[in-house]
Design a protein around this ligand. Structure first.
Ligand code: COA
Length: 322
């Protein structure tokens, strides 16, 4: 049987760092409020002329280097993002061309903060079907360009970045189980009000910015993430004690703590980057994965559960041996 496994990881974070103390000067907030309610201490923000594909290219170079491969070895590119450079061509084609990857399957998909989990699951299916040998899978966002910087309810939460992985065919697992879900009945709890067919407006103005009912999102996120984590382990026949690491979507420390509690997992087994990155939407899981791989916490053959939740709502998880 063919499995897929992650053979390399990489990340890119923009140079500019915005701390909670910087935000105190911009909106009516405090470092203390942001830290205690969300866990965020700082976040990275793209420069005005920087795009999602710029970040993808840098993260992808490091992922290829760590997998010991070059652009010619890749036969599929998928980018999970809600903040593409352009409406078309899709970001994956821009990345494919800029990296010198030979013509191949290349597309972006939009599942808000679950974008990377959707993209990784899709790559896993292509590889298991024998159609693709090696995929570049990226989660990337310029989400700070979609924010109203006068709205304290949302502007303190988000940050930019890109995380990339190389996924390749393998005789041994690898990715063990993927679970995806979505329910559009929650569309009004977290959304961006403009788009190609609804009409375009200047991003980042108060009428065109992320809209969120924070409390309601919080409640559904906690119950959904707890359920999906336990369901994924049960479906794969893996006991909670076998898990080495949970790599969760980094939206809010309290959501992460609640998920870990539902799993009976000590926080020492949870990779946390929310304090340094904020919520980077589709980029958050691959960013956290790369951080823990490169600092030596995540090691080969360990059992890892990744999960995410985002606007839609969408949700998903991937259980794997690294
Ligand atoms: N600084 C200071 N006060 C703020 C603030 C800020 N940045 N943002 C909101 N407040 C105020 C509110 O106006 C409210 O004031 P009021 O009581 O006078 O009306 C008070 O703080 C409490 O707001 P509330 O919304 O009850 O806080 P909360 O404990 O629910 O925390 C969130 C707010 C947004 C941090 C929390 O709901 C959350 O994390 N939700 C999930 C968001 C998320 O994860 N989104 C992405 C999903 S992928």
């Amino acid at each position: 049987m063919t499995y897929s496994r992650i053979s390399g990881t990489g990340r890119y974070l923009p140079e500019q760092v915005l701390t909670n103390f910087d935000l105190e000067k911009m909106v009516d907030t405090t470092d203390e409020w942001i830290r205690t309610r969300t866990g965020v201490e700082r976040r990275h923000c793209v420069a005005p002329d920087q795009t999602t594909s710029d970040m993808c290219v840098e993260a992808a170079k490091l992922a290829m280097e760590s997998a010991g491969i070059g652009p010619q070895d890749i036969d599929m590119v998928i980018v999970g993002t809600t903040s593409p450079d352009l409406i078309f061509p899709n970001v994956a084609t821009l990345v494919q061309h800029r990296l010198g990857i030979p013509a191949c399957i290349a597309f972006s998909l939009e599942a808000a903060c679950t974008g990377f989990i959707y993209a990784l699951t899709t790559a896993d299916k292509f590889i298991k079907a024998g159609e693709v040998k090696r995929a570049l899978v990226i989660g990337a966002e310029c989400i700070t360009k979609l924010i109203d910087w006068k709205d304290r309810n949302t502007c303190v939460l988000f940050g930019d970045g890109a995380g990339a992985v190389i996924v390749e065919a393998s005789d041994e697992p690898g990715i063990i189980a993927c679970h995806l879900g979505a329910d559009g009945q929650y569309k009004d709890l977290l959304y961006y009000p403009y788009g190609a067919s609804k009409g375009l407006a200047k991003a980042g103005t108060d009428e065109a910015a992320i809209m969120m009912s924070g409390k309601d999102v919080f409640k559904v996120a906690v119950s959904t993430l707890g359920n999906i984590a336990s369901e994924t382990l049960a479906a794969a026949g893996v006991a909670q004690e076998e898990l080495d690491w949970l790599v969760p979507h980094q939206a809010n420390i309290r959501i992460i703590q609640a998920t870990a509690k539902r799993l009976n997992l000590p926080m020492e087994k949870v990779v946390l980057t929310v304090q340094d990155h904020g919520n980077t939407s589709a980029a958050s899981v691959p960013l956290a994965l790369d951080v823990a791989v490169r600092d030596g916490r995540i090691k080969r053959d360990q059992m890892i559960l990744m999960e995410a939740f985002g606007g839609g709502f969408t949700w998903g998880s991937v259980l794997m041996r690294f």
